[in-house]
Design a protein around this ligand. Sequence first.
Ligand SMILES: Cc1ncc(COP(=O)(O)O)c(C=O)c1O
Length: 280
Amino acid sequence: MKETIGISTSGIPGPKSRELMQLREQNVARGISYALLVFASEARGALVEDVDGNVFIDFVGGIGVVNFGHNNPAVVEAVKKQADRYLHTCFMVVGYEPYIRVAERLNQIIPGNFPKKSALFNSGAEAVENAVKLSRRYTKKTAIVSLESAFHGRTLMTMTLTSKVRPYKFGFGPFAPEVYKIPSPYCYRCRFNLTYPSCDLRCARHLEHFFAYECPAESVAAVIAEPVQGEGGFIVPPQDYFKVLHEICRRHGVLLIIDEVQSGFYRTGYRFASEYFQVA
Ligand SMILES: Cc1ncc(COP(=O)(O)O)c(C=O)c1O
């Protein structure tokens, strides 16, 4: 692959990308949207070369998931080594050490000074779905509270927890029952027209009001929140927001689920954004 950026076609997209786009339109369902008109051929580090030989700087990284750069040699080597040994046994049928080692390592690095266990899932939405299942089973309660402007995924439950209507929810109802919303800590457009810090974190304290007037804490299994909201508009709460929210949850026997699908693994500079907010 070329090592520097450069455009070699007379326009973008080039002829091969245009051809692939036609094929895509014939064969790929419209629900899978696209952002760019070019198709990748190779990628290294921060560069992507398209099928026509144009090389771009990639500011997307698979939407923030290729944290070590494209085709990081250590990652590629590990994938190859594993592919040579076995690809799939189903851990629940025939176990294997790498699953256990990943869980062990996660338990070491995830915030919280208490013993932990981990479960691995195929996607962010599946992880959130399972957090909801676990919290319901553990608390023997059913209601789940999420934040306005939240994004938690595209499955039925996670789409219900999501607040951004277009494109995620529009036309896809009815939604899952027993999901409620509270205002998010969005200082720039405060729902209460207040200013931090004199607001005394009214948005977090609103949870008490919610328990009194909308849904009793005795019915609420969990509150779920992204430490830094992503799809809702990159909303960073005041640093003490989660301490107050968690304290209210604890006092009422309600769990707090922290969705780090987008903010985790150094995307905010901290390994997990919840370290910054000192919440576990
Ligand atoms: C905060 C958050 N939660 C959940 C998800 C869903 O993850 P996935 O797309 O892997 O299902 C996302 C995806 O962007 C996300 O940003």
